[in-house]
Design a protein around this ligand. Sequence first.
Ligand SMILES: Cc1cc2nc3c(=O)[nH]c(=O)nc-3n(C[C@H](O)[C@H](O)[C@H](O)COP(=O)(O)OP(=O)(O)OC[C@H]3O[C@@H](n4cnc5c(N)ncnc54)[C@H](O)[C@@H]3O)c2cc1C
Length: 380
Amino acid sequence: MSTAPKTGASPSSRPATKTQLSERFKAYKHVWVFIEQERGQVHPVSWELMGAGRKLADKLNVDLAAVVIGPKGKASQAAAADSFCYGADLVYMVADTLLAHYRNEPYTKALTELVNTYKPEVLLLGATTLGRDLAGSVATTLLTGLTADCTALDVDPDGSLAATRPTFGGSLLCTIYTLNYRPQMATVRPRVMPAPKRSARPIGRIISRPLGLVEDDILTKVLSFLPDHDSAGSTLAYADVVVAGGLGLGSSENFRLARQLAAVLGGDFGCSRPLVQKGWVTSDRQIGQTGKTIRPKLYIAAGISGAVQHRVGVEGADLIVAINTDRNAPIFDFAHLGIVTDAIQFLPALTAAFRARLSLRSRDKVASSDKESPRGHRKI
Ligand SMILES: Cc1cc2nc3c(=O)[nH]c(=O)nc-3n(C[C@H](O)[C@H](O)[C@H](O)COP(=O)(O)OP(=O)(O)OC[C@H]3O[C@@H](n4cnc5c(N)ncnc54)[C@H](O)[C@@H]3O)c2cc1C
């Protein structure tokens, strides 16, 4: 692998020897996206990657393929059908009862064998817990490069994948190339790329392959699944409204003010990294470069300075409202609405105002539906 600064990165700035792809890799073509399924659901990051993959495939003038690995049956069939609706030209499928739950060994075998057989030049996976685990073992098995947690993907004039990600603690962006090996692998975190529109399309070509394993070949056994009900899972990343607190809230007790506002708005809550480091909030609530990326319609940041590592996780929000005592705080450089005040006093007032406003609105709704209904029955 080689790296180049983001600006000015071009094939001509790379060492000439590095651009020589060995003969055995010249047959590698097409862009693949791994479609992540867990307990019958496709993770939305897979569709976000289909959008990014489509752009890469169009630039390279090659096919975009979805890779569906999972249990036999309806869920995998539905994942394949949806892949066409999100732009796949074809689907590679390995469906087997042994793939009902994610386990590293059979999934790595399925994906590496598909790659060795059909030879994609680009392979994208979501930077989820599952995707990170799988991407790492597939890349090391195939002896190729993997760029993790990319924030942008592009194609250079010579057809190389330009995978950009933050470096030096998020203060710089670097573009990483895998020039000598194939496939060029990259992971992207949920919500970093916008989701493409789903269009109704008929099922296309599906190429199925057997897994070629029996249960005794697999060391890892899944005894049962215990959901973590306290975990933010992917709900924070996909929430329409997010309220987050930072060090400016002063204590873990005051952090509940952010939680209360989020609850009244029907949203989710998050925090800046120092709150996780202090043990005030669990790590699955951290927003930013080393936490979650969010794209809510409304993001309210209370007592957060707006460091670049936080900013990269929130700048996709439609409306950013910042509450901070320091009018020069960096968050005001990218917030759409800034409120210079003490968040500890302001949050309870804001929560009370929203509670009153929202209950008034639901009362009005009930009243108008009573009016519309001739016998005074409420519409439910
Ligand atoms: C490699 C690396 C990765 C990182 N990843 C992340 C990440 O993923 N997410 C992240 O958030 N950070 C991350 N950081 C940390 C980041 O650099 C900042 O240190 C952090 O975001 C600061 O958190 P903060 O804004 O809560 O605290 P501070 O920077 O201390 O800001 C507190 C703010 O609160 C304001 N304030 C004080 N009192 C009040 C009050 N009563 N009412 C209103 N405002 C008040 C202050 O004016 C100040 O602006 C990372 C750092 C590194 C080096």
